[in-house]
Write a protein that binds this ligand. Structure first.
Ligand code: F6R
Length: 597
């Protein structure tokens, strides 16, 4: 997730852009840059936070410009990879947020025509494509260039030949236009320019926006002019940073259709079913996953998927235990959102000392874990601000899924039709998640029934067991209700003693080989007068007879449904905590990143 901005008006563009980028820093901040058009294009880029750009930037003159704050996906954190990217003749500059899936192909084509590239990014192809198409009119060149792009993008472009104009376009990446008086803005998100104007226009996919200081024009891909309505936003800056959501956690829960899309984009292909995961080696005989908290539960989900699809034995170890007591051999996969968790880093160092091959799955490029593991895979979620992990948990599962598919494919355990089915189901996840998020009111209603219980259990079998553990962790950390996750078959070995009418149980029931066993577990729980909320497959017609309330998730192949189920569990925890008036984004006694042992 990156942040982009563009400005044209009567002020100094670089000052405005720095301001906008600072407000977009929550989208990522490993490097940043600005391009301003005057007699020539002045460009300045720096690694680090926006403040480092501001402090080191020379005075830049000009009243139209573009800016970018980066959260690396393709290519390391460096000045060369920071945006804006420019054309060979140094007349056109672009900033981009998203992922261009076919950039390797486009780069080869453009190099064949003599274009020279200066970065490892997917984005740079856009500047060269626009240069190729430019015949004196920037919007026409942008319109022609985007016809070649596959993937997701929000782009803002500027040309020195038309220095008082900026052109922007989006497809499946956020972009919003701010209409001012004698000045106009465009950015990834409203907070970027809210200090200047609260009049906004939302471009749809494929609509091209042409802005000068006194005009905003929209055209469609065929060049036809469009009428767009302005909307007035009555948010203050703090509300706007949460995009109007009450808490960052809720905003991050709602971002999951796009974070899952980002985690998968460019890594799976449906046409010729295929998984590409950077340079992941496939010769692994045994895997140990090590992590803490929510990342540990993602690792447990991963174990079920990898063992089934790739038939490689996986053990999952808490980093704080593994570091001192674990068996250190084979490949060690460390999962850590922050990349800074002391226990996980300690575990990896120990594994390395013992000669293990080490891989990190993390959300933060340049974090400590990426500097010590042999190889890193990024979850591409953008910064997570709520202390309770949400979008990064589901993205970690998505990445583990890709690892399982890749290993299964390369070790010839996964048949072509199975691979095709999984790839197609993963592709559908963003739209399926939208559907789950559409059930928020229903889930909030169920949260009302749960909010006064002293104790809530979460149960599941198979891959739904770690999801039950995660559901319980999410609820306890933000609502302070005592909650526990259990493998459903284990209740009778002890926890049953706690069940009575003051206990509620959330049961995850998939249409899998153990569904009947889950139904008998629910019967046993009901016999002890506890309330049962079932999270069940939408095609399960019988479940209403067993549970007091049912929340349904979309029917998807085995394992793929873990992601929608996780989102339902997050919404339950969020709404229970909200009804109890808890400080959701900053729960007591907890920190986002635990850098002490
Ligand atoms: C719970 C939560 C924590 C983290 C854990 C590991 O919502 O966020 O349990 O998952 O502290 O953190 P990372 O993934 O940064 O290593």
């Amino acid at each position: 997730m990156c942040g982009i901005a563009g400005y044209v008006g009567y002020r100094n563009a670089s000052d405005v852009l720095i301001d906008c980028l600072k407000r977009l820093e929550y989208r990522g901040y490993d490097s940043a840059g600005i391009a301003v058009a005057n007699k020539k294009l002045s460009i300045f880029k720096a690694t680090g936070e926006i403040d480092s750009l501001r402090e080191n930037m020379p005075k830049m003159h000009g009243s139209a410009g573009i800016g970018h704050t980066r959260w690396a996906t393709h290519g390391k954190v460096s000045k060369e990879n920071a945006h804006p990217h420019i054309s060979c003749d140094k007349k056109i500059a672009i900033v981009h947020n998203g992922i261009i899936e076919n950039f390797k192909y486009l780069k080869e084509q453009l190099e064949g025509k003599g274009h020279q590239f200066n970065s490892e990014t997917d984005s740079e192809v856009i500047a060269h494509l626009i240069e190729e198409e430019y015949k004196g009119n920037l919007e026409d060149a942008v319109a022609s260039a985007i016809k070649n792009l596959r993937g997701a993008y929000a782009i803002v472009a500027i040309s020195i030949d038309e220095p008082e104009k900026i052109v922007a376009v989006r497809k499946e990446s956020p972009l919003v236009v701010g209409a001012g008086d004698g000045e106009n803005f465009v950015a990834s998100d409203i907070p970027a320019f809210l200090g200047y104007t609260n009049r906004v226009i939302h471009p749809n996919d494929g609509e091209i926006c042409i802005m000068e200081k006194d005009s905003i024009k929209f055209i469609n891909e065929k060049g036809k002019e469009l009428n767009k309505e302005e909307e007035v936003v009555n948010w203050d800056i703090e509300d706007a940073e949460k995009s109007g959501y009450r808490h960052f956690m809720l905003k991050e829960i709602h971002e999951q259709p796009s974070t899952i899309y980002n985690a998968l984009t460019g890594r799976i292909s449906e046409i010729e079913p295929h998984v590409e995961l950077e340079d992941l080696e496939s010769d692994m005989d045994e895997i140990t996953i090590t992590a803490c908290g929510t990342s540990f539960y993602a690792g447990m989900v991963g174990k079920y998927i990898i063992e089934k699809l790739a038939r490689i034995p996986v053990s999952v170890e808490l980093s704080s235990e593994y570091r001192y007591f674990g068996r250190k051999s084979g490949t060690v996969v460390a999962i850590t959102q922050s990349g800074e968790t002391a226990d996980t880093i300690g575990a990896v160092k120990e594994a390395k000392r013992n000669g293990c091959n080490t891989i990190a799955i993390t959300n933060v490029t340049g974090s400590s874990i990426t500097r010590i593991t042999d190889f890193s895979i990024f979850t591409r979620c953008g910064p997570e601000i709520g202390v309770a992990a949400t979008k990064t948990f589901t993205a970690q599962i998505a990445v583990l899924f890709l690892i399982a598919l890749k290993l299964g494919m390369e070790n010839f355990y996964l048949r072509g039709d199975e691979l095709r089915e999984y790839v197609s189901a993963l592709r559908q996840l963003p739209s399926r998640l939208e559907k789950v998020l559409g059930k928020e009111d229903e889930i909030a209603g169920i949260a009302k029934k749960l909010k006064d219980y002293d104790s809530i259990f979460f149960i599941g079998r198979g891959v739904n067991y770690p999801l039950a553990l995660e559901g319980a962790l999410k609820l306890k950390e933000i609502s302070y209700i005592h909650s526990e996750g259990f493998a459903a078959g284990e209740l009778k070995h002890g926890p049953f003693a706690l069940l009575d009418e003051k206990t509620a149980v959330v049961a995850i029931v998939a249409k899998d080989a153990v569904r009947d066993k889950m139904l008998s577990n629910i019967g046993e729980i009901k016999a002890r007068n506890a309330t049962v909320i079932a999270i069940a497959d939408e095609s399960d017609e019988e479940i209403d007879k067993y549970a007091d309330h049912v929340i349904r998730f979309p029917s998807l192949p085995e394992f793929v449904s873990s992601i929608p189920i996780a989102v339902i569990l997050q919404l339950i925890a969020y709404h229970v905590a909200n009804l109890r008036g808890c400080p959701i984004d900053k729960p007591r006694n907890l920190a986002k990143s635990v850098t002490v042992e």
